[in-house]
Design a binder for this molecule. Structure first.
Ligand SMILES: C[S@@+](CC[C@H](N)C(=O)[O-])C[C@H]1O[C@@H](n2cnc3c(N)ncnc32)[C@H](O)[C@@H]1O
Length: 499
């Protein structure tokens, strides 16, 4: 930046003093700030700028101070560039953390300090201005990044994201998962998403940046860029939706499918996605004893393990069900149920939900919706590496580790076949968060966003094959049909899964 400014002044025949306000840099730590000043002084000296002019420029450019406290007073900027600190708010003095939170509403939950830097940097941009950070990229997917994502999708354009988990981004070993993000104050157009291989560094930033820019402007192709997996994505996410950027090819395919097909839980699909009942005390609320309480207070309960074989095999568990259609059952009307809860009242009342509802202390956390029991539905266990949708013919009620999907429009076995396919898996791999040990979480919020072809658009022959693949748990067969329905080539799917 220094080199460009000085060259520009000289080219235009302007005095260097004109650029006193052209750069502003902040560093909280005085030693680091001094390192920065010396680095810039060296550049100025190598460009034959006199000592006193150089000192005066550097003095006004590089400030020792807190950017987050002062960003509001700074002039709008064309470029904001940074390597913001990754610091958990818990590690910052309480008063300072509180002040940051007050000033930066995107800092929610367990937000890291870098979230505030993004908000400050973006807020400082002029129309058309651009903010480029190298920073941890967890905010693109996680809960604490939601408000920042909303801010970006509402008023900015994601231009380029280069994920650098594998690349050697820093001299020091830092255990952050960094990405370069380039975000412009402009309307969203194509976004270039790239992932750097460990060997990318060898090509140098200038070469890579040039090629990335060429590809953005339609003059290059992704295969021409060495050691970066790249994809141009034609539309970006909306609101606070997560940005699954780790595999560019997958992201590009995902965006295409999101644009071309309706989400599972949309009016046109008449699909409802939900989660089973949480009790707060399974040891007491779940039983196999058929004589424990009145028989109509025992609700056949489907457990996640009942679905393991791919077919629903009810293990004989029941929910001790305190709910009637219009609210909690009166314990006087159900003496055995009453006696059972009274016997265990101490434990039952210790639950959070009981303390919040002293009169309904024997409630389960979630209310039971009895009409769900008799509805045919698909069960999807929460934690499994592969999509494992299983049909319940309307015989059980789901426990909390099961999601359910029902529809008045879809043949559930056809839908089950689609979800079973590699295309169904693709969505969950992209949206879902992998937990420690590599398990994928299937959460309702992700299930709802899976895109499916309109049920009316699937031919009878394809429907029949999907049903067959679903019944036989034949993922390969289901995938063959799904690829046809979604218009995905096998090669496209393989590149995507390969990533
Ligand atoms: C990840 S380091 C980047 C260091 C250096 N700029 C670089 O790119 O190598 C983050 C820097 O931010 C500084 N910092 C932390 N909080 C700050 C704040 N509120 N205002 C300005 N600088 C801050 C830290 O002292 C640290 O040097």
């Amino acid at each position: 930046m220094t080199e460009r400014l000085i060259s520009s002044c000289r080219r235009q025949g302007r005095p260097l003093s004109d650029c006193h306000n052209s750069l502003i840099a902040y560093e909280l730590d005085s030693t680091s700030a001094e390192l920065g000043r010396n680095a810039v002084l060296n550049v100025l000296s190598s460009m034959n700028v006199s000592c006193d002019v150089a000192e005066s420029l550097v003095g006004s450019w590089i400030r020792t101070g807190d950017y987050l406290f002062e960003a509001f007073q700074l002039a709008p900027a064309n470029f904001v560039i940074g390597n913001p600190p990754y610091v958990r708010l818990e590690d910052i003095p309480v008063e300072v953390a509180g002040a940051y939170r007050n000033s930066y509403p995107t800092m929610t939950g367990r937000a890291d300090l870098y979230i505030a830097f993004y908000e400050a940097g973006l807020s400082q941009l002029r129309e058309g201005g651009v903010c480029a950070f190298i920073c941890a990229d967890r905010w693109m997917l996680n809960q604490y990044g939601a408000k920042l994502r909303s801010m970006v999708t509402a008023s900015f354009a994601v231009e380029t994201i280069v994920e650098m988990h594998q690349a050697n981004a820093f001299d020091d070993d830092v255990s952050a998962y960094p990405a370069i993000t380039i975000i412009r104050k402009a309307d969203q157009r194509d976004a270039l998403v790239a992932s750097a291989k460990p060997t990318a560094e060898a090509h140098g930033g200038r070469l890579l940046a040039g090629m990335v820019n060429a590809m953005r402007s339609g003059q290059g192709t992704s295969s021409a860029i060495p050691d970066l997996n790249c994809a141009l994505v034609h539309t970006w996410f909306q609101d606070a939706d997560p940005w699954p950027c780790s595999s560019p090819a997958r992201l590009a395919l995902l965006r295409r499918l999101e644009d071309d097909f309706e989400p599972l839980e949309s009016p046109s699909n008449a699909v409802k996605v939900g989660i089973g009942v949480a009790t707060g005390l399974d040891d007491l609320f779940i039983t196999k004893d058929q004589s424990l309480v009145e028989s109509d207070r025992l609700l056949p309960l489907a457990m996640a393990r009942d679905t393991l074989s791919g077919h629903m095999k009810w293990s004989g568990h029941y929910l001790v069900d305190p709910w009637l259609a219009d609210g909690l059952a009166d314990l006087d009307a159900y003496p055995r149920l009453g006696k059972y809860f009274e016997q265990h009242a101490e434990l039952v009342k210790r639950r959070n939900t009981a303390q919040k509802n002293p009169n309904g202390w024997y409630r389960t956390i979630d209310r039971v919706n009895h009409s769900l029991t008799t509805r045919p539905k698909l069960y999807i266990p929460d934690i499994k590496n592969q999509f494992n949708p299983v049909l319940d013919r309307g015989e059980t009620y789901p426990h909390h580790n099961l999601y359910y999907v029902y529809s008045d429009l879809w043949d559930l076995e056809v839908l089950g076949g689609i979800l079973l396919s590699a295309v169904g898996q693709l969505f969950i791999e992209a949206y879902g968060v992998r937990m420690r040990g590599g398990y994928l979480r299937f959460q309702a919020q992700y299930l709802r966003r899976i895109r499916v072809p309109a049920p009316g658009s699937i031919s009878a022959a394809n429907k029949e094959e999907l049903v067959q693949a679903f019944r036989e748990r034949d993922r390969k067969h289901a995938t063959d049909i799904a690829l046809r329905l979604y218009g995905i080539s096998r090669r496209e799917l393989e590149t995507t899964l390969g990533n």
